[in-house]
Design a protein around this ligand. Structure first.
Ligand SMILES: [Zn+2]
Length: 283
């Protein structure tokens, strides 16, 4: 066992590597390898499905006269699990994939085929446009047309969906009922207000008529109908300076203090004085 671990290898002085005979092996030599099916396939002979990941003892060989950017391409031989027919597939370094070669068909490739088709069409179009500026314009108009069509279709679909949309009749009815009730309430309130206003007016008129018949018109209360603003009454009072029938408390107080006005009868002057003094005192 000790010679296995030897570290220094002795080469005799007459050693010539060129003299070592070459191992003669055919280039298309096959090796047995263990592999898994790289995609779903169906045997052409018996129709058996072979799923992706199924393990096989396969033979592997290098494909002659074929390479991608200097990379060798390998071919694998497997046998159908039911009928033992030979199935072969190759590596595809260009698409980082495998290609079915013989004995079976590849399944679930619709997406890949579609992608390939799209790619091909795009390439074709680019080539066409490269040489023909008119074609560019044509393609652009075609594109915009297509876009419009797509939008229209989308709108149509949306409308269709709306037509088929679920309608919540209960909620709709409830909402409508609430709205109706609110409107009714509002109307009622308005009616009440109107009625109140009318009643008030009628009452005022009656008061007016009463005062006309009994008392002096100057002493009557100002007509409520003429009042549009509550502040109007102030203006009226200021302008008219109505005679006070009785001395105001301020006037009485003034009279008790003032020595110049001993007469009890001249209340008007005092009241006028007090009223003229009031604003300045306030201001
Ligand atoms: Zn088969």
């Amino acid at each position: 066992m000790s010679e296995r671990k030897v570290l220094n290898k002795y080469y005799p002085p007459d050693f010539d590597p060129a003299k070592i005979p070459e191992l003669k092996l055919p280039k298309d030599r096959q090796y047995v390898v263990r592999l898994m099916a790289p995609f779903n396939m169906r045997c052409k002979t018996c129709g058996e499905y072979i799923y992706k990941g199924k393990k096989f003892n396969a033979r592997k060989e290098t494909v002659q006269n074929e390479s991608y950017l200097g990379l060798p391409i390998f071919r694998f031989y497997i046998k159908c699990t039911r009928c033992l027919a030979e199935i072969t597939f190759k590596t595809d370094p260009e698409n980082t994939d495998y290609t079915m070669e013989h004995g079976a068909t590849r399944n679930f490739q619709a997406e890949k085929l579609l992608e390939e088709e799209e790619k091909r069409m795009q390439k074709e179009r680019e080539e066409e446009e490269l040489n023909n500026p008119m074609k560019v314009l044509e393609n652009r108009t075609k594109d915009s047309k297509l876009e419009m069509e797509v939008l229209e279709n989308l709108q149509e679909l949306k409308e269709l969906n709306q037509r088929q949309a679920n309608v919540d009749f209960e909620a709709m009815l409830k909402q409508y009922k609430e709205l109706e009730e609110e409107q009714r309430r509002k109307e009622q309130e308005e009616d009440e207000q109107e009625m109140k206003a009318m009643l008030e007016q009628a009452q005022n008129r009656r008061l007016l008529v009463d005062s006309d018949s009994d008392e002096d018109p100057a002493q009557a209360r100002p007509k409520p109908r003429a009042q549009t603003k509550p502040t109007d009454i102030l203006q009226e009072v200021r302008g008219a300076q109505p005679a006070l029938p009785f001395p105001s408390p301020a006037a009485l107080a003034w009279r008790s203090v003032c020595p110049l006005c001993p007469s009890l009868g001249d209340t008007r002057l005092v009241s006028r004085l007090s009223s003229s003094q009031r604003p300045s005192a306030l201001g």
